[in-house]
Design a protein around this ligand. Structure first.
Ligand SMILES: [Zn+2]
Length: 132
């Protein structure tokens, strides 16, 4: 059986992964600015008659008359199923403490540094203690 996602997880993916990130970094859809307005290539009709609503974190195609949230956009552009699209987006979710599995390399690096810092303090302390 496919893994189920909690509504909390799905809400985070729809709200916390910026729609512009999904368009630009996740899907790498062609995009351009027309008269100062950000537009992307609609994955359904291949037109640039589109826009984004950053406040609602939605993308819209005026030609298709459709709104896409982050998950719907991945499904439409990559022709993935729902579960695969959610898994793809989870990699781009900003670190929220419980998503250690999807933490970026940077996060892992930082955590390792913290660990070794704590370790060295402990080593120094134990060395001091044995001296006395
Ligand atoms: Zn369209």
């Amino acid at each position: 059986m496919a893994r189920r996602f909690s509504s909390e997880e799905l809400r985070a993916l729809r709200n916390d992964v910026a729609i512009r990130t999904v368009i630009g970094s996740v899907l790498e859809l062609p995009c351009k600015k027309v008269e100062g307005v950000f537009r992307f290539l609609c994955p359904l009709c291949s037109e640039f008659q589109t826009g984004v609503h950053p406040e609602e974190n939605l993308a819209r195609c005026f030609r298709c008359q459709r709104n896409f949230n982050t998950i719907e956009l991945v499904i439409a552009a990559r022709q993935l199923d729902f579960v695969s699209s959610v898994k793809l987006l989870q990699k781009y979710l900003p670190g929220n403490g419980r998503s250690t599995a999807v933490a970026s390399d940077d996060d892992r690096l930082r955590r390792n540094e913290r660990c070794s810092a704590v370790e060295s303090v402990a080593t120094v302390l134990s060395r001091c203690l044995t001296q006395f």
